[in-house]
Design a protein around this ligand. Structure first.
Ligand SMILES: NC(=O)c1ccc[n+]([C@@H]2O[C@H](COP(=O)([O-])OP(=O)(O)OC[C@H]3O[C@@H](n4cnc5c(N)ncnc54)[C@H](OP(=O)(O)O)[C@@H]3O)[C@@H](O)[C@H]2O)c1
Length: 492
């Protein structure tokens, strides 16, 4: 008859910290007293599904177990015995972690089923339930407490509890082989460094894809992203561990970040704590990664540069895109007359639904006449197109209008002779979002406006296109071939 063992315990550590130990299929000889030594066979990674750990117990038994499933999103793993000197037959076990509601503790559920030779049921049930599971709970508690002591924070390091050993950890990442097309993005194994002073290491769940990542991939700024590097400027997830001199962030905190240095296309990343925001309970990881960079950009465009208010005549290009949709919705709320360009009727429908009152569908980027006819010219043009729109932007602007050149999805905009602005007393700006969130106070204030806009319905919940991290190339292909609407995410 099949035996079933179920045991559970509450561990006094945040879920990310407990998981960082348990997800490593070869860590048990460090924390479980019953295990003498363990190794992963065939040179595989210890978090790779299919890998086999071969270990010896202190009582002399030898066991080989295979990792069947590892789910970083559900904090769940399963494994089975493939060979053992103990008569545990058809043994399959599952570990599941859940956060306890205060967020600082973890509920650990451990269950298994197996068959035994007749007459040995009771002995083997006890061996598993007490000798493996209950002993394991106690051992892990001691191990985590010892680790916390070893890494005890100095007085300035508020809550700087670390992993038992602050070591580099295995990391799944996307690497740029060489500047060029999307297929230069390939999946690779790497490591995430332990956090140094002022840094945190984040278990990433959702990574924002931005058109900026495409410029870097193509080689527009080789000093920022060279071959061998990893793209990506934003992500959301959970703090795994915290280096010295970090205030206000703890392991287990749900966070998002935006930073001026690429490297976000990965499962685990160590970043400056100054880039990182704690997320409100109402904002899940995917929403945060979908909105952060684009929403902060919309905030600076409308509030700081555009000073958009009731009656502002606003023209936004790619109105159904990631930034475009947010600009439309937020500008409508502010009372602007929102006009937008898009390339298809389907995108026009989406832009309208987001608050773009007058949509111009154009394949050849001829829009100035339509804008002049509609409202006598635009007070503000938000232009992420670049090359193809430059001349028409000048023609579409009203007297004293302002042209914000935000990006260059169609290629670099031509050099602008300043005299071209004089005819209608135009102004021009070329902002980069990172400069507008360059300190934690600015970042926090802008993000708060973004979360507030989401909470009060000014911005609708984003409709997200999701891709697995390993399919980053596919996400890039879709974005640069104009097949997407709204934000794209990579899920780690
Ligand atoms: N400066 C900053 O700090 C900052 C921050 C965020 C974003 N941006 C810029 O804002 C713009 C929008 O970014 P996003 O990430 O939200 O992308 P997106 O708008 O979702 O995608 C780009 C859109 O641009 C339009 N487009 C027109 N010509 C194109 C071409 N030749 N190739 C590709 N796309 C073309 C397409 O919309 P249609 O098919 O409707 O024309 C496409 O869907 C980009 O220029 C980006 O660099 C700048």
């Amino acid at each position: 008859m099949l035996q079933k063992i179920i045991r559970s315990a509450v561990i006094d550590a945040p879920i990310a910290r407990v998981w960082s130990v348990l997800r490593d299929f070869n860590s048990h000889d460090q924390w479980h007293d019953a295990v003498a030594h363990s190794r992963i066979e065939a040179g595989l990674r210890s978090d790779q599904v299919g890998c086999i750990r071969s270990f010896a117990l202190k009582d002399g038994h030898r066991i080989r177990e295979q990792l069947l499933n590892l789910d970083d999103r559900q904090y769940k793993s399963s494994y089975c015995i493939v060979e053992a000197s103990l008569p545990l037959q058809r043994y399959v076990a599952t570990i599941t972690l859940k956060p306890v509601t205060d967020g600082e503790r973890t509920f650990w559920h451990w269950e298994s089923s197996f068959a035994t030779p007749p007459g040995r049921e009771r002995e083997l049930r006890l061996a598993v339930a007490e000798g493996v599971y209950e002993a394991g709970f106690a051992c892990l508690r001691r191990y985590l407490a010892r680790g916390a002591d070893l890494h005890s924070p100095g007085p300035s390091a508020i809550g700087s509890a670390s992993l038992p050993a602050a070591l580099p950890l295995p990391n799944r990442q996307i690497v740029l082989r060489g500047h060029g097309a999307a297929d230069e993005l390939v999946a690779a194994a790497g490591q995430a460094a332990a956090p140094g002073p002022g840094q945190v290491r984040i278990q990433q769940r959702a990574i924002g894809v931005n058109f900026f990542d495409i410029y870097l991939r193509r080689g527009a700024m080789p000093a920022l992203l060279a071959p061998g590097g990893t793209p990506g400027m934003e992500a959301a997830g959970t703090v795994l561990d915290v280096g010295p001199d970090v205030a206000g962030l703890l392991p287990g905190d749900r966070v998002a970040y935006i930073g001026p240095l690429p490297g976000a296309y990965c499962s685990l990343r160590t970043v400056p704590a100054d880039w990182v925001l704690r997320l409100p309970a109402a904002v899940d990881d995917e929403t945060a990664a979908a909105l952060l960079l684009k929403g902060l950009t919309a905030d600076l465009l409308l509030r700081d540069l555009g000073r958009v208010g009731p009656g502002t005549r606003l023209l936004v290009h790619a109105a159904a895109g990631g930034v475009g949709q947010l600009v439309c919705a937020w500008a409508r709320h502010l009372g602007a007359v929102v006009m937008g360009t898009v390339s298809s009727q389907e995108k026009a429908r989406i832009a309208r639904a987001q608050g773009c009152a007058h949509v111009i569908v154009t394949a050849d980027h001829r829009f100035a006449d339509a804008v002049q006819r509609h409202c006598g010219g635009a007070d503000l043009v938000i232009d992420g197109l670049g090359a193809v729109a430059a001349e028409e932007n000048l023609a579409a602007l009203a007297r004293c209008g302002h042209w914000i050149s935000l990006g260059q999805a169609s290629g670099s905009p031509p050099d602008l002779a300043l005299d071209r602005l004089t005819a209608k007393s135009l102004s021009f700006s070329r902002p980069v979002v990172f400069d507008y969130v360059a300190n934690p106070a600015a970042l926090a204030a802008r993000a708060q406006r973004l979360w507030d806009a989401l909470a009060d319905g000014t911005l609708p919940p984003p409709v997200i296109e999701r891709h697995p991290l390993a399919a980053a190339a596919r996400a890039h292909q879709r974005l640069e071939s104009r097949q997407t609407v709204g934000p794209l995410l990579l899920l780690a």
